[in-house]
Design a protein around this ligand. Sequence first.
Ligand code: MSP
Length: 532
Amino acid sequence: MNNSDHNHKFALTTPLYYVNGVPHIGSAYTTIVADAAARFQRLQGKSVLLITGTDEHGQKIQRTAAEQGLEPQVHCDRIVDSFKSLWDKLNIKYDRFSRTTAPNHQAIVNEFFERVWKQGDIYLDRQQGWYCVSCEEFKEERELIEDHHCAIHTNKPAEWRDEENYFFRLSKYQQQLEELYESQPDFIQPASRRNEVINFVQQGLKDFSISRVNLDWGFPIPTDEKHTIYVWFDALLGYVTALLEPDQKPTLDNALSQWWPIDLHLIGKDILRFHAVYWPAMLASAGLPLPKKVFGHGFLTKDGLKMGKTLGNTIDPFDLVDRYGADAVRYYFLKEIELGKDGDFNETRFINVLNADLANDLGNLLNRTLGMLKKYCQGNTPQLTSENYSSDHPLKSIGMDLGDRVIQASENLQFSQACEEILTLVRSCNKYIDDSAPWSLFKQDKQAEVEEILYAVLESVRLSAYLLSPIIPDLSNKIYQQLGFDWDFNQDERYKAREDFLWHSKWGKLSTNKTLGKAIPIFSKLELPPED
Ligand code: MSP
């Protein structure tokens, strides 16, 4: 593949989620962000591969299945269905769903293992230490809290293990990793997370064990069947297996031929070490190119508190979408939380934000403007173009390079900033209408001025809807259709053409002399839930 080819392609991943339970809001958050990132790339005409999936092996899953009296595979299949149904509800357009129990995955894991083995990077040794099954990770004493409980899973004690394990020679890659972070400063983002990783690596890397004994649920170590491959070693390779075309022979060469290296691994901050330290070292050992970027987002809290089953304050993503719709949920998490920072969910704030931005600022704007168009112009879009407006016109001046600014923000995964940029235009439209009062101009027979105002506003709403489409695709569809476009932002073919992007992302493209229909509200105001 040549370089220019790669500029037209973009492969990104969510984590492969554990199937110990139905999806929670944390997984939904990562996936919504990944979907928006993928849609922004598609909008620009790139060929995109969005990978998500499930991490199904290991002790945690084996125990969860056993607690329910189910065979692990039966349990996994059930939970996978619920992940897929949540992604459908949230309008997530993933291209691959990678399951670590998929038949082709084992071949990839084995081939990879053999490469690392031949490199001399795997050896047998004794592993002693505290293991948190919920994290599927050995913990240092200093990382544990009282009674050897895990600091993340505070209700679960870590378990003492003393067993023979195969180890991966992570320590050998210390210098190479340090050079990677130095030479590719955006490999880990945001910068605060990069510093954390650099500090961790500077303390000296220890080899980590990549096999478990007394565990059936996983792949055996190819050279020693008594051992099962450690769930993380297996799971990270799920990103590679995902790249195989359906029915393609599962070899590393095949998997890596089209989309590798991955452009972006989007993950939560809790699993950064695996992606930014272990994973590149494993790939280096196997002689493979490294992914371009790992972005560790922050954690969600509810009403300012850490969420958890113990506190009983989890948010059910299914319930949230059922009550408010996919676009509302997507918008809140993308607009209200700066990606990379921790963010809070509070239902009152959720409702206020949606009412303010989507129902009032955007929805009412479209409504009132279409209403005026009907009344003052018989519903016909005025015969105007961008050239009729000076470059310091209050809306054109913002709209002209809005597309560039929004795309730039989206390339940096700053979706909140992208929304703010767009809302600045939307709010300016409302102010512009209020200031210029087309209703009184109409009474004064100033038809040309009325038309100039209405065209400028409708065009700004169009551009806003276009640029918001990766975030709120259904609402953007409703707006685009009311503005006379036969368009569907959920259909992939629509994203593919670069020319479409270059045309639609500019200010001044509203069709002229088209008769628009009666306004249909795009977003009904939400009611605050009753006090408990
Ligand atoms: N199976 C591993 C990933 C393997 S990737 C090869 C795993 N799975 S997970 O299901 O636990 O991960 C869930 C994702 O949800 C992670 O990105 C994690 O950071 C994220 N979140 C879990 N709780 C969260 C919040 N409270 N807030 C935001 N995201 C959080 O780890």
